[in-house]
Design a protein around this ligand. Structure first.
Ligand code: SF4
Ligand code: SF4
Length: 178
């Protein structure tokens, strides 16, 4: 296993490569996407109270909202669990369907999960979520290989439970004697 500093550096490089890939390949595809993630048909949005209150323009207090939700009188697309709110089955209120864009792009209110989707660094690995039609694993691996150079090799594996989540693990190539 590489020393902590090397691991941190690698994680930083992977995060930067993921962000660059999103900028170059994913974001330009979004306006014409045939299955926008923001419609929340296949994805679940994980939000905190402040985001729920703002995006749904709620006037009531949190306890009042939670009580209504638990009685089935709140927005049907929202479920509360452990102090978080999970949204699924209806488009995100911040989604601009006409332009295929996010109205809170670049704002603090935008969930981190949205910024990370569909390619992000996680504990030294790169995760690619194939629920996004713009992800091209071959091109992504080629980009990472170019970024890291020949000293590293990339292995690919899919999650057993959620096979659309692909992990790209980076390993340092062993030293070779000539
Ligand atoms: S699924 Fe991918 S391409 Fe489609 S809107 Fe979401 S991020 Fe953009
Ligand atoms: S916050 Fe923006 S990016 Fe996230 S689901 Fe809503 S519209 Fe999409």
């Amino acid at each position: 296993m590489p020393p902590p500093n090397a691991r941190r550096l690698l994680a930083k490089e992977l995060a930067a490569a993921a962000a660059a890939y999103q900028t170059a390949e994913i974001i330009p595809h979004c306006p014409g996407c045939s299955q926008p993630c923001c419609k929340l048909e296949t994805l679940v949005l994980d939000l905190e109270w402040k985001q729920i209150k703002t995006l749904w323009h709620l006037q009531e207090s949190r306890p009042t909202f939670d009580k209504a939700l638990s009685c089935g009188k709140g927005p049907e697309e929202i479920r509360e669990s452990g102090g978080r709110y999970y949204v699924h089955g209806k488009p995100c209120p911040a989604y601009d369907d006409a332009h295929g864009s996010c109205r809170i792009y670049g704002q603090h209110l935008k969930p981190v999960g949205c910024t990370d989707f569909p390619v992000y660094e996680d504990q030294g690995d790169l995760i690619a979520d194939l629920r996004c039609e713009a992800v091209d694993l071959k091109a992504l691996k080629a980009r990472i290989a170019t970024t890291l150079g020949p000293a590293f090799r990339i292995t690919q594996s899919a999650d057993d439970e959620f096979p659309f989540l692909v992990t790209l693990s980076i390993k340092k190539q062993g030293n070779r004697r000539s």
